[in-house]
Design a protein around this ligand. Structure first.
Ligand SMILES: Nc1ncnc2c1ncn2[C@@H]1O[C@H](COP(=O)(O)OP(=O)(O)OP(=O)(O)O)[C@@H](O)[C@H]1O
Ligand SMILES: [Mg+2]
Length: 498
């Protein structure tokens, strides 16, 4: 059978950056092809070319045997290509059903939008992926994970022959990932071709049949997943072998820095109490919707608590806004960098110094050299890859944007730093760098809260793990006396009875 989709000699440059150079590969029906590579390797650029967002400088795309050129997302959609993008492109003020069918709403004989049919089909599709929300919910009411599910539903709403998923699991919990993999198996069985982009090797090995590896915009390898090992893929990606696991640093844990008692809000979390000490890394594990991020956002002053108290170094804190939290020495690196963390039209330097600009004021003026000192140090330490420090954040690859957001909150020189899914979307090499950096921060005496859905990350770094389930703390585990099974069981509520 001829390939469903063929890319031939695709090149694409941006001012100062060669994003893709002479890339060719083909997709077969009923196969999942993993597109892998470091942050900035060119994966999303391929996706954007296939979905008509970017036009390639050179090269051709064939759908089946037909040459195609896409000058808009509409063209590519019409050619049977659907994508779930890394950065969601949806409408907050519209309903779930409207977002699913945006651009291809069913119309009745009279030419008007057939709302009942649209609702009915949306309901069916949402059921197919086991969504816990309905077609009438407004998008803005949904969590990040739920928004992602709307995107998946949107791709399913279209009888596409090619479905592209650019880091679809980044915002999903274990159960939701299982659901997604079930859907992917279904798509394969229906004979569709899937492009799957992920930085998680366990997922790649679970779901992919074939792989294409990019490095600095060039194809450096391709083949069958059955023929390679993880180590082989890693060395293809980064061009050298790397250490993925850093040993836990042996750090003397000091006195209590942060004490949270009975923190509650109306709906999302109840009676959250814990203590955090100097030099400690406190993990927060739970399923999506367990209330971890919500509790942290409340601690950071983004939302108001209905009950509870917070003390920092023995002093009661009254935090009514993020400004108050920053002033008190608490930083929060949000999970959703697009909405809460990054200012895409601004440059890297401005983004990094945004929360700490007052520390660079000398004689009433912002000192550029002082600013750049911080920017260079943090940019290097977190391995931010960019053409220069003034480059607009929106021009960076997704993973590099995430690194800049982490740098911004570290530049604020906090006493307590809350990291919410800090390595989401970050490639294997940089992930190790971020883990090492988190250890170093603790060593320097920072108190760190690490919210993560990745168990190896939590178990590798944390001194203690607070497990939340349905808005409450289910159990607290201590390093040395925990197991992955127990932690997962606590998160799913399976240990409650015990
Ligand atoms: N609109 C743009 N303007 C300038 N440079 C861009 C633009 N879009 C992408 N680039 C650059 O092209 C390169 C490839 O980026 P791309 O987003 O494809 O990476 P990626 O492989 O998806 O990485 P990640 O894993 O971080 O998502 C990067 O150097 C990026 O900065
Ligand atoms: Mg990308």
């Amino acid at each position: 059978m001829p390939p469903v989709l063929t890319l031939s000699n695709i090149s694409k440059s941006f001012p100062g950056v060669r994003a893709l150079h002479d890339v060719s590969f083909a997709l077969n029906a009923g196969e999942v092809t993993a597109l892998i590579g470091e942050n900035g390797a060119g994966k999303s650029t391929i996706v954007k070319i296939l979905t008509g967002i970017y036009v390639p400088d050179e090269g051709e795309v064939h759908v089946g045997a037909t040459p195609r050129s896409f000058s808009s997302p509409r063209d590519s959609w019409a050619a049977g290509i659907a994508a779930i993008h890394q950065e969601t492109v949806m409408f907050d003020e519209l309903s779930v059903a409207e977002n699913i069918f945006m651009g291809h709403m069913p119309v009745s004989a009279s030419g008007l939008v057939d709302w009942p049919q649209m609702r009915r089909r949306a309901t069916e599709l949402l059921k197919r992926i086991d969504a816990d929300f309905g077609p009438d919910a407004l998008l803005k009411q949904l969590s990040v994970a739920q928004k992602h599910m709307v995107e998946i539903t949107r791709a399913l709403s279209h009888e596409a022959s090619v479905i592209i998923m650019d880091e679809p699991t980044a915002a999903l919990s274990r159960n939701e990932i299982d659901d997604l993999f079930r859907i992917i198996a279904q798509l394969k069985a229906e004979g569709r071709a899937v492009i799957f982009i992920s930085h998680k090797f366990d997922e790649i090995f679970r779901v992919a049949d074939a792989f294409v590896c990019l490095r600095d915009g060039e194809k450096v390898g391709a083949g069958k997943i059955a023929d390679v090992t993880e180590a082989k893929l890693v060395s293809l990606m980064v061009g050298r072998p790397i250490d993925q696991v850093f040993p836990k640093r042996d750090i003397a844990i000091g006195g209590t820095v942060l004490k949270v008692e009975g923190l509650s809000n109306a709906t999302e979390f109840t009676d959250v109490s814990f203590e955090l000490r100097r030099g400690e890394i406190l993990g927060f594990y739970g399923l999506v919707g367990a209330g971890r991020s919500e509790a942290m956002q409340c601690l950071f002053g983004m939302t108001r608590a209905s009950k509870g108290s917070v003390t920092l170094n023995g002093q009661p804190l009254r935090i009514a806004s993020p400004g108050d939290a920053i002033g008190a020495g608490i930083s929060y690196v949000p999970e959703d960098r697009q909405e809460q963390g990054a200012v895409l039209p601004l440059g890297i330097r401005e983004n990094i110094t945004l929360a700490s600009i007052t520390s660079h004021v000398k004689n009433l003026f912002v000192s550029r050299p002082s600013e750049l000192l911080d920017v260079r140090m943090l940019g290097k330490r977190l391995d931010v890859r960019a053409a220069h420090w003034e480059q607009r954040l929106g021009e960076l690859s997704g993973g590099n944007q995430q690194k800049v957001v982490i740098a911004k909150w570290l530049a604020a020189k906090p006493k307590v730093i809350i990291l919410d899914e800090p390595t989401k979307g970050i490639d294997v090499g940089s992930k190790a760098a971020v883990h090492d950096f988190i250890g170093e921060l603790a060593e320097e005496g920072l108190a760190v809260i690490l919210v993560s859905s990745e168990l190896p990350e939590i178990m590798g770094l944390a001194d203690r793990v607070v497990v939340m389930q349905e808005g409450r703390i289910a159990e607290v585990f201590t390093r040395g006396s925990w197991s992955a099974e127990e932690i997962v069981a606590a998160a799913t509520g399976a240990r409650k009875a015990a």
